[in-house]
Design a binder for this molecule. Structure first.
Ligand code: PBG
Length: 327
């Protein structure tokens, strides 16, 4: 009685209503997070060529987009600053008047009750060499000196009103250093969204345009080797031990095995970041008419949720919430 012709899995695929009822995975607006870029000095939104539909916001367009995100019922926004000036230590990151901290105050004022405001905690947008940390005399990225800057950056972001700081620099010990600094400054309720398993990926390519990255070279001495699966679990375990409130895997689609592994061991929410290159691939293929854009978008995000992500950072968050998600 356990095989064909008695058992017919197709029975559960017979109609749209049946398929909807037995779907194991759903995507809701509340578990989507929109990454946003805010460009210092911009008087109107600046399109990002490699990410059609995504812009570097002016403060005005940013305000409008925040309200759109709140009205669509998104879970949150994740903010990246695009400063005009860069220096060796990324001074703009800790300046209360730096673009990211300005944007954070605006977001908190405008929609801070409706959305979870998240801020990228990393120096690469602010350094003139484009690395995620400060450099030692020999040009290498100095892990422990960088932790001191991250601690200051965390406090600056908390003072600006962020709900969740999002360390994305893959320095060893970054979660502990940030937790300690936040607690010492009295920001006990500001959480840490840890980029735990973050791989040195070609799929960040369009992001580099999005933030006017100054980087030459690569990040392989701090971001993970794409070949390594167990190491993703190790990184997540270390971040959990250091007090991460949420752990994240990034990129998403090429790392679904890592995502599933982390989801199986984590006691805190697990998120995934569908990155710029993942967005650009689908948009480019769809623009050629090679894939059905709407179906492809929904399929990718459903796949990321199915693999174990409780929430997903995606540049399609707003479009999914307002147009693509089945209701
Ligand atoms: C580092 C950071 C990067 C991304 C998010 N945070 C770039 C990098 O690590 O090189 C990439 C996001 C994307 O590609 O969409 N601040």
């Amino acid at each position: 009685m356990t095989e064909f012709p008695v058992i017919r899995p197709r029975r559960l695929r017979t109609s749209p209503a049946m398929r909807r009822l037995v779907a194991e995975t759903r995507v809701h607006a509340a578990e989507l997070i929109l990454p946003m870029f805010i460009r210092e000095g911009a008087v109107e939104p600046v399109p990002i060529g490699s990410m059609p539909g995504v812009v570097q916001h002016s403060l005005d367009s940013f305000r409008r987009a925040l309200h759109g995100a709140a009205e669509a019922g998104l879970g949150g926004v994740n903010l990246f600053g695009v400063p005009l000036e860069h220096d060796a230590v990324g001074s703009g990151a800790t300046d209360p008047d730096g673009i990211l901290n300005v944007a954070t105050r605006i977001a908190r004022d405008e929609v801070g009750d409706a959305l979870v405001i998240q801020t990228d905690l990393c120096l690469d947008e602010f350094t003139d060499h484009g690395h995620c940390g400060v450099l030692a005399a020999d040009g290498s990225v100095d892990n422990d000196a960088t932790l001191l800057r991250y601690a200051e950056m965390a406090v600056a972001q908390a003072a600006a009103g962020t709900h969740l700081v999002a360390p994305s620099g893959m320095m060893d010990g970054q979660v502990a250093a940030i937790r300690e600094a936040l607690d010492a400054a009295g920001f006990l309720d500001v959480g840490i969204l840890a980029y735990s398993a973050k791989y040195a990926s070609s799929f960040y390519g369009p992001f580099r345009e999005a933030v006017d990255s100054q980087l030459t070279g690569d990040r392989r001495t701090y971001q993970q080797d794409p070949a390594n699966r167990r190491e993703g679990v190790r990184e997540a375990r270390l971040d959990l031990a250091q007090g991460a409130d949420i752990v994240m895997v990034k990129p998403a689609m090429s790392y679904l095995d890592v995502l599933a592994d982390v989801a199986a061991m984590s006691e805190v929410p697990v998120w995934a970041y569908q990155v710029s290159g993942e967005y650009a691939m689908v948009e480019a293929a769809a623009a050629h008419g090679w894939i059905d854009r709407d179906r492809a978008i929904l399929e990718t995000v459903t796949g990321i949720r199915r693999a174990g992500a409780d929430a997903v950072l995606t540049y399609w968050a707003l479009e999914l919430a307002t147009r693509l998600l089945p209701r």
